[in-house]
Design a protein around this ligand. Structure first.
Ligand code: PHE
Length: 341
Protein backbone atom coordinates (compact mmCIF):
# COMPACT_ATOMS: atom_id res chain seq x y z
CA UNK A 1 0.00 0.00 0.00
CA UNK A 2 1.45 3.33 -0.91
CA UNK A 3 1.08 6.57 0.95
CA UNK A 4 -1.14 8.29 -1.63
CA UNK A 5 -3.54 5.35 -1.63
CA UNK A 6 -3.83 5.33 2.15
CA UNK A 7 -4.48 9.07 2.27
CA UNK A 8 -7.16 8.81 -0.39
CA UNK A 9 -8.83 6.03 1.63
CA UNK A 10 -8.66 8.21 4.71
CA UNK A 11 -10.20 11.26 2.99
CA UNK A 12 -13.09 9.21 1.64
CA UNK A 13 -13.80 7.75 5.08
CA UNK A 14 -13.63 11.16 6.78
CA UNK A 15 -15.81 12.85 4.19
CA UNK A 16 -18.76 10.59 4.99
CA UNK A 17 -18.17 10.43 8.73
CA UNK A 18 -21.06 11.99 10.69
CA UNK A 19 -20.49 10.86 14.26
CA UNK A 20 -17.71 10.63 16.80
CA UNK A 21 -18.21 6.86 17.10
CA UNK A 22 -17.60 6.37 13.39
CA UNK A 23 -14.55 8.62 13.70
CA UNK A 24 -13.16 6.30 16.39
CA UNK A 25 -13.63 3.32 14.05
CA UNK A 26 -11.78 5.16 11.28
CA UNK A 27 -8.93 5.90 13.67
CA UNK A 28 -8.71 2.21 14.58
CA UNK A 29 -8.70 1.23 10.87
CA UNK A 30 -5.65 3.41 10.21
CA UNK A 31 -3.70 3.70 13.45
CA UNK A 32 -5.03 0.89 15.63
CA UNK A 33 -3.18 -2.35 16.39
CA UNK A 34 -4.29 -3.79 13.07
CA UNK A 35 -4.57 -0.45 11.29
CA UNK A 36 -3.02 -0.08 7.86
CA UNK A 37 -0.35 2.42 9.00
CA UNK A 38 0.61 0.11 11.85
CA UNK A 39 0.87 -2.78 9.36
CA UNK A 40 3.35 -0.70 7.32
CA UNK A 41 5.49 -0.24 10.44
CA UNK A 42 5.43 -3.99 11.04
CA UNK A 43 6.63 -4.59 7.50
CA UNK A 44 9.78 -2.52 8.22
CA UNK A 45 11.40 -5.62 9.72
CA UNK A 46 11.39 -7.24 6.29
CA UNK A 47 13.62 -4.48 4.86
CA UNK A 48 17.42 -4.57 4.84
CA UNK A 49 18.84 -2.75 7.85
CA UNK A 50 20.18 0.24 5.94
CA UNK A 51 16.85 1.01 4.30
CA UNK A 52 14.89 0.93 7.54
CA UNK A 53 15.60 4.46 8.90
CA UNK A 54 14.42 6.26 5.78
CA UNK A 55 11.39 4.01 5.33
CA UNK A 56 10.54 4.41 9.02
CA UNK A 57 10.77 8.18 8.76
CA UNK A 58 8.38 8.16 5.79
CA UNK A 59 5.86 6.03 7.64
CA UNK A 60 6.05 8.34 10.64
CA UNK A 61 5.43 11.32 8.39
CA UNK A 62 2.43 9.51 6.97
CA UNK A 63 1.19 8.79 10.51
CA UNK A 64 1.54 12.50 11.32
CA UNK A 65 -0.53 13.48 8.30
CA UNK A 66 -3.19 10.90 9.22
CA UNK A 67 -3.34 12.27 12.77
CA UNK A 68 -3.62 15.86 11.54
CA UNK A 69 -6.45 15.07 9.14
CA UNK A 70 -8.24 13.11 11.84
CA UNK A 71 -7.90 16.05 14.22
CA UNK A 72 -9.31 18.58 11.81
CA UNK A 73 -12.11 16.16 10.89
CA UNK A 74 -12.90 15.82 14.61
CA UNK A 75 -12.99 19.57 15.06
CA UNK A 76 -15.27 20.08 12.10
CA UNK A 77 -17.55 17.28 13.27
CA UNK A 78 -17.79 18.65 16.82
CA UNK A 79 -18.66 22.09 15.54
CA UNK A 80 -21.36 20.65 13.33
CA UNK A 81 -22.86 18.65 16.22
CA UNK A 82 -22.95 21.72 18.46
CA UNK A 83 -24.60 23.78 15.72
CA UNK A 84 -27.18 21.01 15.22
CA UNK A 85 -27.97 20.88 18.93
CA UNK A 86 -28.35 24.66 19.08
CA UNK A 87 -30.64 24.58 16.11
CA UNK A 88 -32.78 21.90 17.71
CA UNK A 89 -33.03 23.62 21.09
CA UNK A 90 -33.75 27.08 19.81
CA UNK A 91 -36.87 28.69 21.19
CA UNK A 92 -38.60 31.21 19.02
CA UNK A 93 -39.71 33.67 21.68
CA UNK A 94 -41.78 35.59 19.15
CA UNK A 95 -44.16 32.65 18.48
CA UNK A 96 -47.68 33.09 19.89
CA UNK A 97 -48.43 30.85 22.89
CA UNK A 98 -50.32 27.59 22.47
CA UNK A 99 -53.93 28.18 23.39
CA UNK A 100 -55.79 25.78 25.63
CA UNK A 101 -59.00 24.82 23.88
CA UNK A 102 -62.00 24.77 26.13
CA UNK A 103 -64.82 22.35 25.47
CA UNK A 104 -68.48 23.17 25.18
CA UNK A 105 -71.70 21.68 26.44
CA UNK A 106 -73.68 19.45 24.14
CA UNK A 107 -77.02 21.00 23.12
CA UNK A 108 -78.88 18.19 24.87
CA UNK A 109 -76.95 18.91 28.07
CA UNK A 110 -77.69 22.62 27.73
CA UNK A 111 -81.40 21.97 27.26
CA UNK A 112 -81.50 19.45 30.12
CA UNK A 113 -79.74 21.88 32.47
CA UNK A 114 -82.21 24.64 31.63
CA UNK A 115 -85.21 22.36 32.20
CA UNK A 116 -83.83 20.96 35.44
CA UNK A 117 -83.17 24.50 36.70
CA UNK A 118 -86.77 25.48 36.02
CA UNK A 119 -88.34 22.45 37.68
CA UNK A 120 -86.07 22.37 40.71
CA UNK A 121 -86.91 26.04 41.28
CA UNK A 122 -90.57 24.94 41.18
CA UNK A 123 -89.92 22.43 43.97
CA UNK A 124 -89.33 19.27 41.97
CA UNK A 125 -86.74 16.69 42.95
CA UNK A 126 -84.62 15.02 40.25
CA UNK A 127 -84.55 11.23 40.07
CA UNK A 128 -82.71 8.82 37.81
CA UNK A 129 -83.22 5.13 37.21
CA UNK A 130 -81.76 2.22 35.27
CA UNK A 131 -81.67 2.32 31.47
CA UNK A 132 -82.00 -1.46 31.33
CA UNK A 133 -85.39 -1.78 32.87
CA UNK A 134 -87.77 -4.60 33.63
CA UNK A 135 -91.11 -5.12 32.03
CA UNK A 136 -92.91 -4.24 35.23
CA UNK A 137 -91.55 -0.71 35.67
CA UNK A 138 -91.61 0.16 31.97
CA UNK A 139 -95.07 -1.24 31.22
CA UNK A 140 -97.06 -3.27 33.72
CA UNK A 141 -97.03 -0.80 36.62
CA UNK A 142 -97.93 1.91 34.10
CA UNK A 143 -101.20 0.17 33.36
CA UNK A 144 -99.87 -1.64 30.29
CA UNK A 145 -100.24 -5.35 31.07
CA UNK A 146 -98.61 -8.01 28.93
CA UNK A 147 -100.26 -8.48 25.52
CA UNK A 148 -101.88 -5.05 25.84
CA UNK A 149 -101.93 -3.38 22.42
CA UNK A 150 -100.44 -0.21 23.94
CA UNK A 151 -97.09 -2.04 24.16
CA UNK A 152 -96.96 -1.78 20.40
CA UNK A 153 -96.94 2.05 20.72
CA UNK A 154 -93.26 1.71 21.59
CA UNK A 155 -90.79 -0.16 19.39
CA UNK A 156 -88.99 -1.80 22.24
CA UNK A 157 -85.44 -3.15 22.32
CA UNK A 158 -85.58 -6.32 24.40
CA UNK A 159 -82.49 -7.54 26.24
CA UNK A 160 -81.58 -11.18 26.91
CA UNK A 161 -82.41 -11.68 30.53
CA UNK A 162 -80.60 -14.04 32.91
CA UNK A 163 -83.46 -13.57 35.40
CA UNK A 164 -87.08 -14.65 35.32
CA UNK A 165 -88.21 -11.13 34.41
CA UNK A 166 -88.18 -9.64 30.92
CA UNK A 167 -85.53 -6.97 30.48
CA UNK A 168 -85.61 -4.15 27.96
CA UNK A 169 -84.06 -0.78 27.24
CA UNK A 170 -86.54 1.63 28.80
CA UNK A 171 -88.76 3.21 26.18
CA UNK A 172 -89.61 6.20 28.36
CA UNK A 173 -88.57 7.56 31.73
CA UNK A 174 -92.07 6.93 33.10
CA UNK A 175 -90.40 3.82 34.55
CA UNK A 176 -88.51 6.13 36.92
CA UNK A 177 -91.80 7.67 38.03
CA UNK A 178 -92.89 4.21 39.16
CA UNK A 179 -89.60 3.89 41.03
CA UNK A 180 -90.24 7.30 42.59
CA UNK A 181 -93.68 6.18 43.74
CA UNK A 182 -92.08 3.08 45.29
CA UNK A 183 -89.39 4.92 47.22
CA UNK A 184 -90.82 8.36 47.98
CA UNK A 185 -93.78 9.48 50.04
CA UNK A 186 -96.62 11.69 48.86
CA UNK A 187 -97.02 14.59 48.27
CA UNK A 188 -94.44 14.25 45.55
CA UNK A 189 -92.94 16.40 42.80
CA UNK A 190 -90.32 14.70 40.72
CA UNK A 191 -88.70 15.02 37.31
CA UNK A 192 -86.86 12.17 35.65
CA UNK A 193 -84.46 13.25 32.88
CA UNK A 194 -82.56 10.54 31.04
CA UNK A 195 -81.85 8.41 27.99
CA UNK A 196 -84.54 6.28 26.45
CA UNK A 197 -84.48 3.84 23.54
CA UNK A 198 -86.81 2.99 20.71
CA UNK A 199 -86.15 1.06 17.53
CA UNK A 200 -86.57 4.03 15.22
CA UNK A 201 -84.29 6.14 13.00
CA UNK A 202 -85.00 9.02 10.60
CA UNK A 203 -84.76 12.84 10.40
CA UNK A 204 -86.63 13.31 13.65
CA UNK A 205 -86.01 9.97 15.41
CA UNK A 206 -82.86 8.35 16.77
CA UNK A 207 -82.80 4.92 18.47
CA UNK A 208 -81.58 6.66 21.62
CA UNK A 209 -82.99 9.99 22.71
CA UNK A 210 -83.62 11.92 25.90
CA UNK A 211 -86.79 12.44 27.83
CA UNK A 212 -87.74 14.47 30.79
CA UNK A 213 -90.87 13.39 32.52
CA UNK A 214 -92.54 14.98 35.48
CA UNK A 215 -94.89 13.69 38.12
CA UNK A 216 -96.86 15.59 40.72
CA UNK A 217 -98.97 13.82 43.35
CA UNK A 218 -100.83 15.99 45.80
CA UNK A 219 -104.19 16.43 47.48
CA UNK A 220 -105.02 19.37 45.29
CA UNK A 221 -103.30 18.70 41.96
CA UNK A 222 -105.59 19.42 39.04
CA UNK A 223 -105.51 19.52 35.28
CA UNK A 224 -105.44 23.34 35.51
CA UNK A 225 -102.21 23.13 37.56
CA UNK A 226 -100.75 20.90 34.91
CA UNK A 227 -101.63 23.32 32.14
CA UNK A 228 -100.33 26.34 34.03
CA UNK A 229 -97.08 24.58 34.90
CA UNK A 230 -96.48 23.53 31.30
CA UNK A 231 -97.12 27.02 29.96
CA UNK A 232 -94.72 28.54 32.50
CA UNK A 233 -92.16 25.89 31.60
CA UNK A 234 -92.35 26.60 27.85
CA UNK A 235 -92.10 30.34 28.32
CA UNK A 236 -89.06 29.82 30.49
CA UNK A 237 -87.47 27.39 28.05
CA UNK A 238 -88.06 29.38 24.87
CA UNK A 239 -87.51 32.76 26.57
CA UNK A 240 -90.71 34.23 25.20
CA UNK A 241 -94.47 34.40 25.57
CA UNK A 242 -95.93 31.11 24.38
CA UNK A 243 -99.34 29.90 23.45
CA UNK A 244 -100.20 26.26 24.05
CA UNK A 245 -103.15 24.09 23.18
CA UNK A 246 -104.16 20.71 24.53
CA UNK A 247 -105.66 18.01 22.34
CA UNK A 248 -107.29 14.90 23.80
CA UNK A 249 -105.05 11.88 23.45
CA UNK A 250 -104.44 8.46 24.87
CA UNK A 251 -101.77 7.13 27.22
CA UNK A 252 -102.46 4.00 29.25
CA UNK A 253 -101.12 5.59 32.44
CA UNK A 254 -103.03 8.88 32.34
CA UNK A 255 -106.74 9.64 32.16
CA UNK A 256 -107.69 12.07 30.76
CA UNK A 257 -104.64 12.41 28.53
CA UNK A 258 -103.59 15.23 26.28
CA UNK A 259 -101.09 16.05 23.61
CA UNK A 260 -99.66 19.55 24.04
CA UNK A 261 -98.87 21.82 21.10
CA UNK A 262 -97.03 25.11 21.31
CA UNK A 263 -97.49 27.94 18.81
CA UNK A 264 -94.53 27.48 16.47
CA UNK A 265 -91.57 29.15 18.16
CA UNK A 266 -89.80 29.69 14.84
CA UNK A 267 -92.53 31.36 12.76
CA UNK A 268 -94.86 32.45 15.61
CA UNK A 269 -97.66 30.56 13.93
CA UNK A 270 -97.35 32.03 10.45
CA UNK A 271 -96.46 28.58 9.10
CA UNK A 272 -93.02 27.27 8.24
CA UNK A 273 -91.20 24.10 7.28
CA UNK A 274 -90.57 23.11 10.91
CA UNK A 275 -94.25 23.28 11.92
CA UNK A 276 -95.21 21.80 8.54
CA UNK A 277 -97.20 25.00 7.88
CA UNK A 278 -99.67 24.26 10.68
CA UNK A 279 -98.40 27.01 12.96
CA UNK A 280 -98.22 24.49 15.83
CA UNK A 281 -95.54 22.18 17.20
CA UNK A 282 -96.43 18.98 19.00
CA UNK A 283 -94.05 18.85 21.94
CA UNK A 284 -95.42 17.00 24.92
CA UNK A 285 -97.69 14.27 26.27
CA UNK A 286 -99.46 14.60 29.59
CA UNK A 287 -102.49 13.78 31.67
CA UNK A 288 -103.90 13.03 35.08
CA UNK A 289 -102.27 9.90 36.51
CA UNK A 290 -104.56 6.92 35.99
CA UNK A 291 -106.10 5.76 39.31
CA UNK A 292 -104.93 2.21 38.71
CA UNK A 293 -101.30 3.43 38.54
CA UNK A 294 -101.78 5.19 41.89
CA UNK A 295 -103.48 2.12 43.38
CA UNK A 296 -100.66 -0.16 42.22
CA UNK A 297 -98.32 2.20 44.09
CA UNK A 298 -100.52 1.98 47.21
CA UNK A 299 -101.69 5.58 47.12
CA UNK A 300 -105.11 6.49 48.49
CA UNK A 301 -106.93 7.73 45.41
CA UNK A 302 -109.69 9.32 47.50
CA UNK A 303 -107.18 11.67 49.08
CA UNK A 304 -104.63 12.11 46.33
CA UNK A 305 -104.54 12.77 42.63
CA UNK A 306 -101.67 13.51 40.34
CA UNK A 307 -100.58 14.61 36.92
CA UNK A 308 -97.70 13.63 34.73
CA UNK A 309 -96.06 14.85 31.57
CA UNK A 310 -93.30 13.69 29.29
CA UNK A 311 -91.23 15.49 26.67
CA UNK A 312 -88.34 14.81 24.34
CA UNK A 313 -85.37 16.94 25.42
CA UNK A 314 -83.72 16.51 22.02
CA UNK A 315 -86.78 17.87 20.25
CA UNK A 316 -86.86 20.92 22.52
CA UNK A 317 -83.13 21.46 21.90
CA UNK A 318 -83.71 21.18 18.13
CA UNK A 319 -86.37 23.87 18.30
CA UNK A 320 -84.43 26.17 20.62
CA UNK A 321 -81.20 25.95 18.60
CA UNK A 322 -82.86 25.45 15.19
CA UNK A 323 -81.10 22.17 14.46
CA UNK A 324 -82.55 20.70 11.25
CA UNK A 325 -81.68 17.01 11.72
CA UNK A 326 -81.93 15.19 15.04
CA UNK A 327 -79.15 12.79 14.03
CA UNK A 328 -76.63 15.67 14.03
CA UNK A 329 -76.90 15.62 17.80
CA UNK A 330 -75.19 12.24 17.98
CA UNK A 331 -72.76 12.36 15.02
CA UNK A 332 -70.04 13.86 17.23
CA UNK A 333 -69.03 16.27 14.48
CA UNK A 334 -66.79 18.78 16.24
CA UNK A 335 -67.88 21.58 13.86
CA UNK A 336 -71.47 21.09 14.98
CA UNK A 337 -70.60 20.90 18.67
CA UNK A 338 -68.32 23.99 18.58
CA UNK A 339 -71.32 26.17 17.75
CA UNK A 340 -72.58 25.71 21.31
CA UNK A 341 -69.48 26.98 23.10
N1 PHE B 1 -94.30 8.31 28.59
C1 PHE B 1 -94.94 8.97 27.48
C2 PHE B 1 -94.14 8.70 26.22
O1 PHE B 1 -92.99 8.41 26.30
C3 PHE B 1 -95.08 10.44 27.69
C4 PHE B 1 -96.01 10.77 28.80
C5 PHE B 1 -95.53 10.90 30.08
C6 PHE B 1 -97.37 10.93 28.58
C7 PHE B 1 -96.38 11.21 31.11
C8 PHE B 1 -98.21 11.22 29.58
C9 PHE B 1 -97.72 11.37 30.87
O2 PHE B 1 -94.65 8.80 25.15
Amino acid sequence: MDKAFILRQLDTALATCSSLTVLEHIKADFLGKKGCVTELLKQLRALPLDERPLAGQKINELKQVVLERMDSARNALEQMLVADALQRDTIDVSLPGRSVESGSHHPVSLATAKMVAFFTAAGFMVMQGPEIEDDYHNFTALNVPEHHPARAMHDTFYVDSPFDVNLLLRTHTSSVQIRALETQTVPLRVITPGRVYRCDSDLTHTPMFHQLEGLVIDKTSTFADLKGLLLAFMENFFNKRCEIRLRPSYFPFTEPSAEVDVRCVLCDGAGCRVCKHTGWLEVLGCGMVHPSVLETAGIDTDAYSGFAFGLGIDRFAMLAYQIPDLRMMFDNDIRFLRQFS
